[in-house]
Design a protein around this ligand. Sequence first.
Ligand code: DON
Length: 578
Amino acid sequence: MPSCRPPSSRRLLPWFVLLLLAPAQTTPARAGTLPPIAAPHGLVACDHHLAAAVGAQVLRDGGNAVDAAVATALALAVVYPQAGNLGGGGFLLYHDAQGRAASYDFRETAPAAAHERMFLDERGAVRDTSNHRGPLSVGVPGTVAGLWLAHQRHGSRPWAELVQPAVVLARNGFAFSQGMRDWCDWLATTTDTLHAATRDAFLADGVRALRPGETLCQPELAATLARIRDGGAAGFYEGETARLLAAFMHGHGGLVTEADLAAYRAVEREPVRGTYRGHEIVSMGPPSSGGIALITMLNQLEGDDLAALGHNSTPYLHLLTEAMRRAYADRARFLGDPDANPDLPLAMLLSKERAARLRATILPDAASPSDSSAFAGAWLPAESEQTTHLSVVDAAGGAVALTYTLEESYGSTLMAPGTGFLLNNEMGDFNAVPGRTDRRGAVGTSPNLVRPGARMLSSMTPVIVARGGVPVLVVGSPGGRTIINSVLQVVLNVVDFGMDIRQAVEAPRFHHQWLPDVTQFEAQGFPPEVRRDYQAMGHAVKRRPPQGIVMGIVVDPQTGRRLGAADSRSFDGGVDGY
Ligand code: DON
């Protein structure tokens, strides 16, 4: 382990004293009976209680939701390296209390040397899972540019002040938690040189997994963060960090160069918008499929009295499944990087008229086959389930929903020596084999093929639901393609079933994604008779592990109180505010 002394409150900055004093929120049992966490002014909900405390302190200091989101995201890059990151990418959605919304796309890009056959062997098959594993799977990171751009546009506190808590967490360390233990046990078994920097960063003396409670210090990460603190985005995309990253890539067959890093740009994009039962739905457009698919599903469901069907009743599961099937078929057929596909039919996909036509094809008591010509398209590539979402509401009623990822848990698991942060394996989100689409899982549809500089299609779905221009619900989740369905179900739980945010987040979830044509149910919460009747309609079913990790905040329209919940599916998640 890097030399490291336990944090001492004497020598720390004032904010960190507060951070140390903040009650450590441990993961609650899956108990829907606990109330949400309430605060009158501002709240942060995210996947690690230490990062939530950092964001809450920014709010207390007068920062707005974007300030808090930036500080929280950078702190997560230290304390939650499974998915919190500097080496990945994602999306930030901001909505103020006057009806204005903006979204920031900091999705990774394909390096300039990338091309659509880059993962293929001479027979045209994917070589050694190279799109998901190893240096070729690494896209140009977007996170630092995205946080920087959002802060430039909306931030109210100095940038350096927002980065400093992460620097201190990395330098002085934090208590290692059980959440990272399994991965570090795996890391301790790998001996290849490619992972040398990763082992040095996370293992004691480079060989032993820390025990929960031991202090993990990350001095190289602290130095990288200090360069970001002092130089802004240029402190990452130019200079020492860029040189170290590009040298590692060059030495191991990766494609990301210093020129790719210098050329990376986060992009402000128009959020996608829909309406649902008098609420405004605001979310992320392409290169995420999440907002469009969510609105397509809500549009199909709006004409039905879901509450009358009953939460997670057989007819409810059937209707949602069919709406999911149709939205995910659209996703595969139409969506990809908007810059590489200037003709994406967004207006058509978001329209109520089209949703009505889709709804009209749903049979009341029988499953529609996914491979009927009505839904013909492509299989989707396998994705893993590790990403992270944070939700923030500030004292003025402004809100941020931010979802970002390394793709798989710990991304590519690769780290450039001297940098201290993990690199993504997001290139796996491109369609790997052009023109080949088959039932074994290959997909080759055009909108999401690898192109130099292009952004790979995502499912991340940061959502802000507003009424009269004022945010009332902020939500998002990890989970690959399950993200969109997890977010859908939480929105319905709040809007249609009147659940409080904790009940809404904790309720059992299910997933259907068009292909493969099987519905996955979480193990708990779907009674056998409900599943039996559902199968009798022609649906194939399968049990799945916990689906997503939702971080949600609602604003009570009567009292203005902010009410938050960190999903108990999270190991270390927390809600903090004032
Ligand atoms: O962008 C996407 O949709 C995926 N790369 C996200 C991966 C993910 O969510 C994995 N897990 N939680």
